[in-house]
Design a protein around this ligand. Structure first.
Ligand code: ADP
Ligand code: ADP
Length: 215
């Protein structure tokens, strides 16, 4: 049965970083809802314009458009053996939609919850840099590129996300507690939720994740 790994956790905890590591180690596609929205913003699509008005405030993009975007992405052939879903679902309505979509492809969900305290999230988001071309992620203290301001992988310029400003991050964390945390409870209750301490270094978090996924 195809497995869809769902990565849940607050902003900046390392979901994107760990999804990239997992994708390489286990050969599943990495799908990030945030990256898909940023791609749409860059290409100035209608979806991008709509998403930007929510993302800039640190609010969630409405469920209907988010669900449609992810449904379209996971219906592509490269996801038929499973995928790593980074940042989706983020609300109970999205989780329900995912369950229905996966039932159509006889897929199962493995939910992973990565946690860290707020000070860690603030330090990580405030030092985060992304590459313009493909969204490869760096940190000015913890994961430096070889050459300042340039992506190691594709040579494109690095930039800081507007929504990584302290005030917006504070709102994103609030939104996370209100709208996404209930989902963690939901996955815990249905059983099999994997919980990982995200406050460790990148390699240790990956090791813990891989060993928990094997169990
Ligand atoms: P982070 O990884 O730091 O939590 P993301 O890149 O996943 O941030 O998301 C950036 C923004 O994109 C979110 O603050 C939200 O506005 C929007 N977004 C991403 N995923 C979703 C989702 N599943 N539902 C609604 N909005 C989303
Ligand atoms: P998320 O997708 O959950 O918002 P990211 O994977 O983008 O988080 O990580 C946020 C920032 O923290 C990035 O700059 C990344 O390089 C850095 N980072 C990720 N994991 C760790 C870690 N375990 N230790 C230190 N820094 C990390």
């Amino acid at each position: 049965m195809a497995t869809y790994i769902v990565l849940l956790g607050p902003p900046g905890v390392g979901k994107g970083t760990q999804s990239g590591m997992l994708a390489r180690k286990i050969g599943l596609v990495h799908i990030s809802s945030g990256d898909l929205f940023r791609e749409n913003i860059k290409n100035q699509t209608e979806l991008g314009k709509l998403a930007k008005s929510f993302i800039d405030k640190g609010e969630l993009v409405p469920d209907d458009v988010t669900i449609a975007m992810i449904r379209e992405r996971i219906s592509k052939p490269d996801c038929k053996n499973g995928a790593i879903l980074d940042g989706f679902p983020r609300t109970p309505v999205q989780a329900d939609a995912l369950k229905k979509t996966l039932a159509e492809f006889s897929g199962q969900v493995k939910a992973v919850y990565i946690t860290a305290e707020e000070a860690v999230l603030i330090e990580r988001t405030s030092g985060r840099w992304l590459c313009r071309k493909q969204g490869h992620v760096y940190h000015e203290k913890f994961n430096l590129p070889k050459q300042a301001g340039v992506c190691d992988v594709d040579g494109s310029e690095l930039y800081q996300r507007d929504d990584d400003k302290k005030e917006t991050v504070a709102n994103r964390i609030r939104v996370y507690f209100e709208q996404t945390l209930p989902l963690v409870e939901h996955y815990r209750q249905i059983g099999g939720l994997i919980e990982i301490n995200g406050a460790q270094d990148v390699e240790q978090v990956t090791k813990d994740l891989l060993s928990a996924l094997k169990r």
